[in-house]
Design a protein around this ligand. Structure first.
Ligand SMILES: C[C@](O)(C(=O)O)[C@H](CC(=O)O)C(=O)O
Length: 288
């Protein structure tokens, strides 16, 4: 089912963060209906750096291509600021759409952006952002590719200004609105009361970030259509990796950590090694 038609259902869509073929495959296996290719998760894992606008559009597109080759779920991709002005945003739209994205999320920060939950962000004028949204709508190959407009204004210009910006972005043609980093349950509820009846809304749950963590049921009851958990997988993996390396360094052996990891066969099962080898063998047979 396309992301666009999925959003016509009342049930909230839970999209976990992914950053490569493995995480995408694991999330698909867990039963999710859509994935969120997080810019933060790509910066954390590929660069080992914070989410401060260091990763490039090509790195994201490359990652998107690998994920689209591995799973068949719709993917929402983080397009950050679109990497420049309206014309850059158009290129980003075409690039990510060709790579297999079902939705692009674009935000109103200046370049280089920073994670919405860090301080000292700065914004482009609302009208410039509206122009980028319109430009992306003009550039998309399919009207099924959604534009998710994010405003980072709550932390910069205040809550009311963020609401005003979101109105402007909706009028400019955004398919989904994302007000980044509400600071309380009340703010989350006010946003939903104002927009949910008119346009699908996305909520962002960042563990330890500026927004209280609410469950999917709670957000659905408020009227949210999508909830993303973008960086959680990296926080979980990083904790395991840190413990694994420390244990190996301390012990000179993997044995003490064995109960916390897959063995060779276990991982092969997870990634479908036997199925792939069987498929390869079938094709070999047809040539014989
Ligand atoms: C949604 C987000 O843009 C992302 O890159 O996934 C980040 C999430 C994070 O830093 O964990 C954000 O700015 O909220």
């Amino acid at each position: 089912m396309s992301l666009k038609s999925r959003l016509t259902k009342k049930e909230i869509l839970v999209a976990p963060g992914v950053f490569d073929g493995l995480t995408a495959a694991l999330a698909e296996k867990a039963g999710f209906e859509a994935l969120y290719l997080s810019g933060a998760a790509v910066a954390y894992t590929r660069l080992g750096r914070p989410d401060i606008g260091l990763s490039t559009a090509s790195e994201m597109a490359d990652t998107m291509t690998l994920i689209a080759d591995r799973v068949s779920l719709p993917v929402i991709i983080d397009a950050d600021t679109g990497f420049g002005n309206a014309l850059n945003a158009q290129r980003t739209m075409r690039l990510y759409e060709r790579a297999g994205a079902s939705a692009l999320q674009i935000e109103d920060q200046t370049f280089p952006k920073r994670c919405g939950h860090l301080s000292d962000k700065s914004l482009i004028p609302a009208q410039e952002m509206a122009g980028k949204i319109a430009a992306m709508a003009d550039a998309r190959a399919s009207s099924d590719t959604l534009i998710i407009a994010r405003t980072d204004a709550i932390a910069v210009e205040g809550f009311n200004a963020a609401i005003e910006r979101a109105e402007t972005y909706m009028e400019a043609g955004a398919d989904v609105l994302f007000l980044e980093a509400p600071q309380s349950r009340e703010q989350l509820t006010t946003i939903a009361g104002r927009f949910a009846p008119r346009v699908p809304l996305l909520a962002n749950m960042v563990e330890g970030g500026a927004t209280p963590i609410l469950g999917a049921d709670d957000l659905e009851a408020q009227g949210y259509s999508i909830v993303i958990f973008p960086g959680g997988i990296v926080r979980a993996l990083a904790k395991t990796a840190q413990a694994y390396y420390q244990s190996l360094a301390d012990n000179g052996s993997n044995k003490p950590f064995a109960q916390n990891m897959f063995d060779f066969g276990g991982l092969n099962e997870v990634i479908g090694t036997a199925e792939m080898l069987n498929a390869g063998a079938r094709y070999d047979d047809t040539q014989g």
